[in-house]
Structures are given as structure tokens and as C-alpha cells.
Design a protein around this ligand. Sequence first.
Ligand code: KG4
Ligand code: ZN
Length: 338
Amino acid sequence: MILLGIETSCDETSAAVVADGRRVLSSVVASQIAIHHPFGGVVPELASRKHLESIAWVTSEAIRQSGISENELDAVAATQGPGLVGALLVGFSFAKACAYGWDIPCIGVDHLEGHIHSLFLEEDVPDFPFVALLVSGGHTGIYDVVSHTSCELMGQTRDDAVGEAFDKVAKMLGLGYPGGVVIERMASEGHPERIHFPRPCLDTMDFDFSFSGLKSAVRRYIELHATAAVIPDITAGFQEAATDVLTVKLIQAALSRNRQRVAVVGGVAANANLRQKITAAAVEKGVQVYLPSVKYCGDNAAMIAASGFHHYPEDWNKIVSLSQDVYSKGCRWQAGHS
Ligand code: KG4
Ligand code: ZN
């Protein structure tokens, strides 16, 4: 079964063609970084307008690169939520129009479930159940994943998402947007232990996170001590604190459920320090680690098509399929939902 995937939940316009939820025939991602960079963050209205400009050529290009023709597509899967509503509406409405025109189902995909499915684009895929850490600009949570369509939320951030913390620290230091990549680069020139920042929630018995205290500690440090010379150490110290907490909580969560497999997905999963730390901690406990390749960590439509494959409707009702709405918050994909 061949699906066209469409993703426009935030600041990437992406389309991909994926066979059987596993085999990527094409993946096109048009980034809007240059547009949002001067503002130090995503400007929702600019994001929607840029999606509107890009969606048609990005989709045509994905179909062209896949080498298949439109009439070989079995369904269109598009991100339905959570995300920026205006941005979601562009991709989801476009997906509906394609599905209408080609007379195939339009499948609404949960963005978080999509990130988990980035794991299934790799050669070596995890068996169920496994415990996944989802770390992005909008979400930070630990999930016990029991099937392609069901999971249980074990813990999540009480305030900022960890990607948001990376972005805000980068902004405080005047390093630009998006913060994750630039913090990681700058941190490689600093020493992770020279400045010790707090590890919030490390000693709590649950799997929740909090990153606002860490962010405030970095802000206070910058106010008191910042000079260009210490910026690498600040970024290294911040990254070390954030990745320590994520690693400890993920391994504790897996052990608490006796799970033999862990995974890390989402934009922050591209961070090499986090990947190495989690791999080392898992190996020490005899747990297997699954990581998507870096190109599938950030938002992309291949993961959306992979997830949509598992929601292909058995009895497709065209009007019902074309009457779905988008949602800005929450996660449709949790225990009991399918
Ligand atoms: O999954 P994603 O592309 O979009 C959302 O669903 O939010 O994640 C974007 C987030 C941003 O906060 C970005 O700064 C962060 O992922 N990020 C990173 C790295 N690359 C992207 N954070 C840390 N290290 C990185 N290498
Ligand atoms: Zn995302």
C-alpha cells in the first residue's frame, strides 16, 4: 500500500511517499527557518502563508521523486494535530483536496504518533512494547508504546518542552533560531562540567519533567557572568543538565515496566550528546536502544505516512473522511484510542 504523507504542523512544509508504512520512496522537506529566524521563533501567521505557497510544489516534487504516478496512491495521510491551527489547516485541507480529486481516503494523523513512527523508517525496528522518549519543540513526554495505534503516557513536562528550552536559551545568548542545533554546535566548544546547572525533577519518583527552572538558572547565570568567552561553557552546561534528566528518566521508566527496549524521537533526538548518553545508559542496563536517523528526527511527512498506514480505513466513508477537523492541542494517540 502506498501513501502520500503531508506535514505542516509548524514550520516545515513536507510531503513524502511511503510504501507499507516502512519504505520511503521520497521525502521532501521545505524549511521556513530563514523566514522565522529574524523573530527568534515561529510566527504562526507567516508559517501558514508560507505553507500555502509551498505545499503544491513540495507535494508535486515528492510524487515526482518517488517514481510512482498519482493513480498508484492508496491514501493521503496528513497531520491533523497537535500544532499551529493555521499551519495545520493548510496541509490538511490540501490533503483533503488531493484525496477528493484522486478518490482515495484522507487519513488524519496525530503528530506525536507520527514522531514515534519515524522509528519504523529504519532497517532495525523495535518490537512492541517499548518505552519512548518524545522530545520536540512542543512536547516532552515518556510513552509506553504497546502497538502502532496505542500507547500510555507515563510522564511529561509540567512546563516547557525541552526543545523550547534549547530555543529560549539560544535566544537569551543571542545565538539565533532554531536553538537546538546552534546550542549543540556551541556546546562542543565548551566544557560540560565547568558550570553546574540544576537537574530539575531528577529525584522525583515519577516520570515528569520541568525545564523552566533550568532555563531560569541559565538566565540568572547569564545576567551575572555572561561574556563571549563563557558562552560555550554555558551551552555545554545547559545541554548536559537537560540530557542528564532525559536519560535518567527514560531508563527509569523502562525499568519500572520491565521493558527491554527504549527509543528517542522528535527534533531533540537529533542531539548527539543525548543519543550517546541514552545509548550508554541503556547498554549498561542491558536495554536495546532505537533511534531514528537524524533526517527523520525533525518534522517530516515520511513519519506521517508511516503512521497513517496503520489507520487505513477498513470501511471508507468519503464524506466522513473529508469532514475531519484539525486540533491544536492534546494527543489523540493514547491508551484506548486508535
Ligand atoms: O520535532 P520538531 O522538529 O518540531 C516539533 O514538533 O516541535 O522539534 C523541533 C525542536 C526545536 O526546539 C529545535 O531546537 C530542537 O527540536 N532541535 C534540537 C536539535 N535539533 C533540533 N535540540 C537539540 N539538539 C539538536 N541537535
Ligand atoms: Zn514535531
